[in-house]
Ligand binder design. Sequence first.
Ligand code: ATP
Ligand code: MG
Length: 354
Amino acid sequence: MSNAIIEAITAQLSQVIDPDLGKDLVSLNMIRELRMEGSTALFHLVLTTAACPVKKELEDQCRERALSVDGVDAVEIAVSAEVPQKKKPDDVLPKVRHVFAVASGKGGVGKSTVTVNLACALAASGARVGLLDADIYGPSIPMMMGISREPYVANKQMIPLENHGVRMISMGFLVDPKAAMIWRGPMLMGAIRQFITDVAWGDLDYLLVDLPPGTGDVQMTLAQTVPLQGAVVVSTPQNIALLDAQRGVTMFNKLDIPILGIVENMSAFICPECGTSSPIFGVGGAQRYAEDEGLPFLGGIPLEPAVRECGDEGTPVVLAHPHSHSGRAFTSLAEQVASRISIEALTGEEIASA
Ligand SMILES: Nc1ncnc2c1ncn2[C@@H]1O[C@H](COP(=O)(O)OP(=O)(O)OP(=O)(O)O)[C@@H](O)[C@H]1O
Ligand SMILES: [Mg+2]
């Protein structure tokens, strides 16, 4: 009897489709340990990211489907996440599931701000997150993350500093920016490699890398040395900034690093007094650009004074004011990025789960 019920529930759950992955939850191996206890159906719903944008919808649909089966009076679902393993695990960072860069063709567009808010939003969703500040020219991440200590070494490994649930190392702690300025290819590559391998990151779902702005030799070297599986490109809406974003996209294309998508920062100014929105730099430019190029548009972040204030104070806005316009925009951005990464990582038929 129970077997027949389990088959019927499985058949029902096979009708629930993950909208991002375009497949049903059963063939994606997202339903585990389905069993009956009396007339209660129990199972695990294993999502591909803790920051799943459709977590609630999927859970509701599963519950409804399972309850539609004769003999099922109650449903208990344990929701968890298992970030799928990248296609080609590398030797450099075997315990890190996904390494991706946040980049821009141009300085000052809010790349570091986007990086820290993304990292904190992913960590707040329950993911294990690291942050490598590789911007040797202007390391601003420690301040934005509220970290002022220097990392220490134990067992010949550098121990990352941790705040807001994110493990962080800044290259600015270790290299003198004036020296880094004159480094060339091999020296820089050696330093970066050591920097990556000698850090006790531990197990991570996501390691975010803040690259220096621009598309010159140094950026190319960094992007090649860190085992990147994708890049998020940040731009502001004006045409002039989009030209720089295009240079960034071209660089990653040359290096065969997939573009996870485009983020439009400073989309519109939200007045803290009256809440009206003014498109200072225009609006929608990055979205149009993404559509023209066939790249995913990941979302827009408004220009809001709280974003800067929180950055200066060391608690990113997504944590300090999660319900503000920008706080919500960053949470949604993190969900989009996490979902793009899961899509990139999933090969053909099944989840290559580790
Ligand atoms: N959406 C926003 N709303 C308000 N202020 C913002 C926003 N995004 C960034 N800022 C502010 O703009 C300034 C530049 O941002 P940030 O340092 O993140 O840019 P960046 O691209 O990393 O710059 P750099 O090229 O110097 O590394 C910071 O003071 C930051 O707080
Ligand atoms: Mg920066």
